[in-house]
Design a protein around this ligand. Structure first.
Ligand code: KIV
Length: 272
């Protein structure tokens, strides 16, 4: 396989902040190996996320809970080998940031041993001190709010978050607190589109959305969902971009175009 490498400059936290400033939307997709990493960045994707969704789509687990720090380092290292200019974000897996010390030590392993350039953590106000310490240690952070898949057993299922005004305001307040603590990016999953638009306007840092409507500064999807590989029913907020395209690269390029033009996500992919 030979794929033309992208000619753009490496994407950094500064690039993402500038894109928020200019209003140009950027794209994020999950990657779990070197070949996909090369293909996704050649198609123009700015951020590759080594998501703990690998527990479900690669390992065949029922949730992301069984994923370990070793699993994340292994896949991040493989993605790093195929990634030249995209920003490489890696998930901190379930219970790997239970204390501030654990968070700093496991995030440092993801960066040092895996080659991650940013880590993503799921949670709100309780992570403020953790984010502050990660940031002080030079570790870029993405704060994941809304539906938190690692908490599926506590939540009693994968449910839309922030429907009631009190819950919506709590998401806004927690995102602002995490931004003040040093988070570089926020990500929201499965919240009403109107709330995500309100949050994107309130935040100075870029807001990435999944199942959160087109008012976010960027969109992320699980690559296996948007290529129709995931077995079973696709989430309502996702779209199979391979249908109607004759190669994986053409499908990913279509996703990049659709996000940048604001065509994806459409109303049919949103939570009202
Ligand atoms: O693990 C993952 O793929 C994620 C995305 C769904 C945002 O966290």
């Amino acid at each position: 396989m030979y794929i033309e490498p992208p000619t753009r400059k490496p994407i950094t936290v500064t690039t993402l902040a500038k894109l928020k400033g200019t209003g140009e939307k950027f794209t994020v997709l999950t990657a779990y190996d070197a070949s996909f990493a090369t293909l996704l960045e050649a198609a123009g994707v700015e951020v590759l996320l080594v998501g703990d969704s690998l527990g479900m789509v690669v390992q065949g687990q029922r949730t992301t809970v069984p994923v370990t720090v070793e699993d994340m380092i292994y896949h991040t290292r493989n993605v790093a080998r195929g990634c030249r200019t995209a920003l490489l974000m890696a998930d901190m897996p379930f219970a790997s940031y239970a204390t501030v010390d654990q968070a700093v030590s496991n995030a440092a392993r993801l960066m040092r041993e895996g080659g991650a350039q940013m880590v993503k953590l799921e949670g709100g106000a309780w992570l403020v001190e953790t984010v502050r310490q990660l940031s002080r240690n030079g570790i870029p952070v993405c704060a994941h709010l809304g539906l938190l898949p690692q908490s599926v057993h506590k939540l009693g299922g994968y449910k839309v978050q922030g429907r009631e005004e009190a819950a919506a305001q709590q998401i806004v307040d927690e995102a602002l607190a995490l931004q003040d603590a040093g988070a570089d990016v926020a990500l929201v999953e499965c919240i009403p589109a109107e709330l995500a638009t309100r949050l994107a306007a309130a935040l100075k840092i870029p807001l990435i959305g999944i199942g959160a409507g087109s008012g976010c500064d960027a969109q992320v999807l699980v690559s296996y969902d948007m290529l129709g590989i995931t077995p079973g029913r696709r989430p309502k907020f996702s779209k199979d971009f391979l249908t109607g395209h004759d190669s994986l690269q053409a499908a990913v390029e279509a996703y990049v175009r659709a996000v940048k033009s604001g065509e994806f996500p459409g109303p049919e992919h949103c939570i009202a």
